[in-house]
Design a protein around this ligand. Structure first.
Ligand code: ASP
Length: 432
């Protein structure tokens, strides 16, 4: 019976049970029990997902690239992927900017709260400022240097260094195509077998998902108890962010799918629902990656070579939800501080939030440090960050849902492009 329940329903059950347990624990004062006995299951779940992400990306990307007959397809796919990612990010930011300028959430924010929050979050703001300065000092080509690992084991030991893993896998795959021949066939079938084993491990981890999600949600409710007053003060701001994200998920992505792919929207949401719920409960697109890969390949039937390249790259450089959120947050802080933003500042917001989302790691609250840089380059006092920190986690959950949905949408678009290209080559008799 349990086996026949769809994954998204199981995750939903876990989430509901976790939220209920969290509220009951707060009401009956057994928060300690939740921290000691329930939260660890959530932590174990996240660890399992993170642990499987590196071997999965590594093996399936080598397999995807190694299976190409013509490496020029890789550069075509790479270029298309990055171009679409940047395009969707700019669109997402524009949606956020339009709504925040229409709704004006900063105007209804109670002024007296601004000082209070500044005091409360002073230390966190200082920490984030320092971290942002370190990144700024790193120089313009630091991101390229960061992509190249010194050591394979080290690269695989840090999930935030996914680009290093992608780099090694690309190199390996390209070398495999160049060498070719019988030996490579053996290697390919070994990789295929390893990939199947990892997918099986993901199935096991997903069996554990309801309990893991229960642990995450229960501890989240317990940890956020007492924040009700902050949530009320920031209600209009939260509504603006949530509404923008909602438009992206239910209007923007379906429109892209309809215009540029043959994927049915219903089928897309069916395939993505467990991924979205997982993104919501973990607040981490990196932790969600194994499931995103599995569902897009198996349920949406996107080819392995496309998903294994497009999705891990997306987790590192494409964050539509995050960039949309940052645009709203920047203008909101300016509104509360009574600063009028000029058109050139708005354009700067588009540029900076695009860059910032590229540099944001797919972890809970990963964008806050980059957000400090956005604020300072637009000329808004970084202390304004204190205004929104109390509300960050619930909005992080929502923007992560958009981040993973955006990645999967682009995977569908790239797949369509590849199919069309293959079709054209076939017609011309130059099949690759
Ligand atoms: N939590 C987000 C993600 O993992 C990143 C962020 O916006 O902070 O995609």
């Amino acid at each position: 019976m349990w086996k026949r329940i769809p994954l998204y329903v199981k995750i939903l059950l876990g989430m509901t049970a976790g939220i209920l347990l969290g509220f009951i624990a707060c009401a009956l004062h057994f928060e300690g029990f939740v921290s000691d006995w329930v939260k660890p299951w959530g932590t174990i779940f996240i660890r399992l997902l993170k642990f499987v992400a590196v071997p999965l990306v590594f093996i399936s990307l080598i397999k995807g690239i190694g299976g190409l007959k013509d490496i020029s397809r890789l550069s075509h796919m790479g270029f298309r992927t990055v171009a679409i990612y940047i395009g969707t990010t700019v669109m997402a930011i524009t949606v956020g900017l339009l709504l925040v300028n229409l709704i004006h959430p900063g105007k209804v924010f109670p002024r007296e709260k601004a000082e209070e929050y500044r005091g409360r979050y002073e230390q966190t703001v200082d920490e984030k400022k320092k971290a942002a300065e370190e990144i700024k000092d790193a120089g313009p080509l630091a991101f390229l240097v960061d992509m190249v690992p010194e050591n394979l084991i080290q690269a695989g030991s840090d999930n935030t260094k996914m680009l290093q893993i992608i780099f090694v896998a690309l190199l390996f795959g390209i070398a495999m195509v160049a060498v070719g021949g019988e030996k490579m066939k053996v290697l390919m079938s070994a990789l295929d077998a390893a990939d199947t084993v990892i997918l099986k491990i993901i199935d096991y981890i997903m069996e554990f998902a309801p309990l893991g999600v229960l642990g995450l949600m229960a501890s989240l409710v317990v940890d956020s108890a007492g924040n009700g007053e902050i949530f009320a003060a920031l209600g209009m701001y939260a509504f603006t962010v949530a509404f923008s994200l909602f438009l992206l998920i239910f209007l923007f992505y379906p429109a892209l799918l309809r215009l540029f792919t043959s994927v049915k929207i219903k089928q897309f949401f069916w395939a993505m629902s467990p991924v979205q719920l997982l993104a919501f409960s973990t607040s981490s697109s990196a932790a969600t990656l194994p499931l995103t890969l599995e569902r897009t390949e198996q349920e949406l039937k996107i080819s392995n070579e496309v998903v294994s390249f497009v999705l891990p790259v997306g987790v590192t450089i494409n964050m539509d939800g995050t960039s949309c959120y940052q645009a709203v947050a920047t203008v909101f802080i300016a509104q509360v501080m009574g600063l009028e933003l000029t058109l050139s500042q708005m354009l700067l917001i588009i540029f900076m939030t695009t860059l910032s989302s590229i540099g944001t790691p797919g972890i809970p609250g990963g964008s806050i440090v980059m957000f400090v840089m956005v604020l300072s380059s637009v000329g808004i006092p970084v202390e304004g960050l204190a205004l929104i920190l109390g509300m960050d986690r619930p909005l992080d959950m929502l923007r992560t849902v958009v981040n993973v949905t955006g990645d999967a949408t682009v995977a569908c678009m790239v797949e369509e492009g590849e199919k069309n290209r293959k079709g054209k080559h076939r017609l011309r008799g130059t099949d690759s």
